[in-house]
Ligand binder design. Structure first.
Ligand SMILES: NC(=O)c1ccc[n+]([C@@H]2O[C@H](COP(=O)([O-])OP(=O)(O)OC[C@H]3O[C@@H](n4cnc5c(N)ncnc54)[C@H](OP(=O)(O)O)[C@@H]3O)[C@@H](O)[C@H]2O)c1
Length: 274
């Protein structure tokens, strides 16, 4: 049976492999990376097959997951293309026809142009929270991507958390919004502010984590609307209301939107330079 091949064995591959192991994934996995030490570490930690030679790896795969940084995508696909040309016509040497890129900002049309037919592309934006089985993944499919294969892709990423299909034109907006980096950043910022006010580090993190994570868990798990929950947590004229008012008048909402727009601009620059 052929494998799903990760091309690139870095941070997101590690997080996905951890989540797949947790989900008792049955799909054979093969990882190729140019750094042998990274491959050995993944092999040891997750029990996946690894292959240091790109050509030998491709020959063993029927599905390709491109997990290199956006500025390496062209180079890596050129290597795949060259391998494909030099192995044209050899039995059992076909390049996998199903390919999925995790690279931020690299659009489907560029991916399609790099490998040509018959390779069919989708893009996935997985979360490093996949590591704990809580990783939301967005997927977008190129035209002509067969329905049954869409299901296969969604099922594969669905092992590490919920999956959403998002049109490619909205992919960047999703990407800059869904990142768990927001949660980590808010946690670090709030806990630091609390320590500046005199709270011990441990208490500051416990309080800030409750404010962020437990509030969102209550909203997700309960029946009340966000407006109702906000009314309950912040009495008009009270302390929480004063804190929120100060944040809003200091430009909190504007600042968040500005930050997300900066992420989208960065993604557009990556697309132009890749
Ligand atoms: N990290 C995340 O949370 C996250 C989330 C969603 C999507 N993504 C996307 O996933 C991709 C990978 O991100 P990452 O954070 O995992 O990056 P990373 O940690 O740098 O991993 C990429 C790996 O690919 C290797 N590589 C690069 N070019 C190669 C080549 N030609 N042949 C073989 N191996 C090659 C790199 O080796 P070197 O170190 O030697 O360059 C590195 O080990 C990016 O495009 C990113 O946009 C990441």
């Amino acid at each position: 049976m052929k494998s799903t091949m990760f091309l690139g064995g870095g941070r997101i591959t590690g997080a996905l492999l951890a989540g797949l192991r947790l989900a008792k994934n049955k799909t054979p996995i093969l990882v190729h990376d140019r750094n042998e030490h990274k491959l050995r570490a993944l092999e040891r930690e997750y029990g996946v097959a690894v292959e240091t030679n790109l050509g030998r790896a491709i020959a063993r795969a029927d599905r390709l997951i491109v997990a290199v940084r956006p500025d390496s995508v062209s180079e890596v696909l050129k290597q795949v293309r060259e391998w494909r040309v030099s192995n044209a016509g050899k039995r059992n040497r076909a390049v996998p026809v199903l390919a999925c890129s995790l690279a931020a900002g690299v659009p489907l049309w560029q991916l399609r142009a790099q490998l040509g037919r018959p390779v069919l592309w989708c893009r996935a934006m997985p979360s490093p929270a996949a590591r704990s089985g809580r990783g939301l993944t967005a997927l977008t499919f190129d035209r002509g991507f067969p329905k049954a294969w869409r299901g296969r892709m969604m099922k594969f990423f669905g092992q590490v958390g919920p999956v959403l299909e998002i049109p490619e034109r909205k992919f960047d907006a999703f990407m800059v919004t869904f990142s768990p980096s927001h949660g980590y950043h808010a946690l670090a910022t709030m806990a630091q502010a609390a320590q500046n006010l005199g709270l011990e580090r441990q208490a500051a993190f416990t309080a800030a984590a409750h404010a962020l994570a437990d509030a969102i868990a209550s909203w997700r798990e309960g029946d009340e609307s966000l407006e109702e929950l906000l009314r309950e947590a912040a009495t008009p004229g009270g302390i929480a209301a004063a804190v929120m008012k100060t944040m809003d008048s200091a430009g909190y909402s504007r600042m968040v939107e500005r930050a997300l727009r900066a992420g989208i601009k960065r993604s557009e620059r990556i697309a132009k330079s890749s």
